[in-house]
Design a binder for this molecule. Structure first.
Ligand code: PBG
Length: 327
């Protein structure tokens, strides 16, 4: 029997060779770190289902942003918990709302840090849905105008990019038009183009107190069984003016990330969501897995699937690992 001429092990011989031929390299400047902002002063409240994640008050944001910058992170994604909720989610576009205050604070204390905001109603509505309710259903077209107002109020407060996560039809066009008409034509839209109705958002809903009081989100978020539909959703957002297409969750949808990467030439982002984070944390706490290695391997898989940008609660830990040169 002829021995094969090609021996894959030749290039695995040591780290110098392995890194010479390494195809995928995570980088801190392509990570986005989500932050939860809540009212009060001096607040740093742990989220029990997401160890290592805190809900912090506005006065803490400057220090947090500086720490992130020192680690090489350039982008934050903000979620807000308002003082009070109502049926229309009016706190979401209040001039002095929690997110608007947070943006101003961050732009003041860490102007080089890029701020993206989540544009949605669910954290601000008393019923917890991502749009307004009319006759017990989430009304698509009545929600659009409110979403545009939210995005505009974020841009006015100084947001660098907006990220609509509501999954209403037509919202990217509505938001783009509102931004353009008000001289915010340079503010990009990172659309949650392909967002599945997923159980992996469970811990986030604890953190942001936004679980729907009644019903679920299957009437607007996508069916996890569908992949052709993901391409239609992404096409619509592209045509409506999205600058970045996002897939969410990430790990359970690596095939979708790859399809978007192959079909579109826009940057593709993937959201490594709360449940995906919490599962690693829980197994690590039991001593069943090596947390850092599983974290790195997970983020690598998302990048390898085709994501240019990864949104993850592990951003700081990953940036630290990269800095230590251990990856
Ligand atoms: C809200 C929103 C959600 C997430 C991001 N934006 C929750 C949801 O749609 O229920 C989930 C993020 C995570 O799980 O980490 N529109």
């Amino acid at each position: 029997m002829m021995f094969p001429e090609y021996r894959p092990r030749r290039l695995r011989r040591n780290e110098q060779f392995r890194s010479l031929v390494r195809e995928t390299r995570p980088a801190a400047d392509q990570l986005i770190y989500p932050l939860f902002v809540q009212p009060g002063k001096n607040v740093r409240e742990p989220v029990s289902s997401m160890p290592g994640v805190f809900r912090i008050s506005v006065d803490q944001l400057g220090a947090e942003a500086r720490e992130c910058r020192e680690l090489g992170l350039n982008h934050l994604l903000l979620f807000g918990l308002p003082d009070k909720k109502d049926s229309m989610g009016s706190g979401a576009h209040a001039k002095d709302g929690i997110i608007q205050r947070a943006i101003r604070e961050l732009k003041n204390k860490a102007p080089e840090m890029m701020i993206t905001t989540d544009v949605c109603l669910c954290e601000y509505t008393s019923h917890g849905h991502c749009g307004v309710l009319i006759d017990h259903g989430v009304d698509n077209d009545a929600t659009l105008e409110i979403l545009a107002r939210i995005a505009l109020s974020h841009a006015r407060a100084g947001a660098d990019m907006v990220a609509p996560s509501d999954m209403m039809d037509g919202r990217v066009a509505e938001i783009r038009q509102a931004l353009d008409e008000n001289n915010f034509d340079m503010v990009p839209i990172m659309s949650y183009a392909v967002k599945y109705a997923s159980a992996f958002y469970g811990p986030f809903r604890d953190a942001a107190e936004c679980a729907p009081q009644e019903g679920d989100r299957q009437g607007y978020q996508m069916d996890p069984a569908n992949s052709r539909e993901a391409l239609r959703e992404a096409t619509l957002d592209l045509e409506e003016g999205a600058d970045i297409l996002m897939v969410k969750p990430a790990v359970a949808y690596l095939d979708i990330i790859r399809q978007l990467r192959d079909e579109f030439d826009l940057p593709v982002a993937a959201y490594h969501v709360s449940g995906e984070y919490a599962m690693i944390k829980a197994a690590a706490a039991k001593g069943w897995i090596d947390e850092k290695r599983v974290m790195a391997e997970t983020l690598l898989s998302i990048q390898r699937a085709g994501a240019d940008i990864i949104i993850t609660y592990y951003a700081k830990d990953m940036a630290r690992l990269l800095r230590e040169g251990k990856f």
